[in-house]
Design a protein around this ligand. Structure first.
Ligand SMILES: Cc1cc2nc3c(=O)[nH]c(=O)nc-3n(C[C@H](O)[C@H](O)[C@H](O)COP(=O)(O)O)c2cc1C
Length: 122
């Protein structure tokens, strides 16, 4: 299983570390240098009033066909823009939105995402 993730201030990175404790998956941080080795799932964050981070946007332009689901970290303080990057990506690429979570996520968020990824990978 491949997980492609984007993180600027470290919250998604911390969420990834919690999944790592439970699953022996491949975790790849998105940067300009990576080429996906296999299809997988995207975990990103939302920025600037509901925007997709530029790094995630470019990654999806190049490799979107390899991505089977999207999830986003966010902050509920942003109201209607909470986790909106995931809605936008899900709509544009016709993939399921599996989870929106706050900051680095609660234990139940980690468990929910693992369960949902495994469910749609069957
Ligand atoms: C400038 C700025 C804009 C943000 N805009 C949003 C937003 O529109 N919606 C949202 O849900 N969260 C927003 N956030 C919160 C981030 O998505 C949240 O902190 C996330 O956990 C960041 O992930 P990272 O630490 O892995 O980079 C914003 C944060 C910053 C600093």
């Amino acid at each position: 299983m491949y997980i492609y993730y984007d993180s600027r201030t470290g919250n998604v990175e911390r969420f990834i570390q919690k999944i790592k404790l439970q699953r022996d998956w491949h975790f790849v941080k998105i940067s300009q240098d990576i080429t996906p080795q296999g299809s997988g799932h995207l975990i990103t964050y939302t920025t600037n009033f509901g925007d997709i981070p530029r790094t995630t946007f470019r990654f999806m332009e190049d490799f979107g066909e390899k991505i089977k689901s999207v999830s986003s970290s966010g902050n509920m303080n942003w109201g209607k823009s909470f986790g909106l990057a995931a809605d936008k990506i899900a709509e544009q690429y016709h993939i399921p939105l599996l989870l929106k979570f706050e900051l680095s996520g609660l234990p139940q968020d980690v468990q929910a995402l693992i369960n949902r990824i495994e469910e749609i990978s069957k």
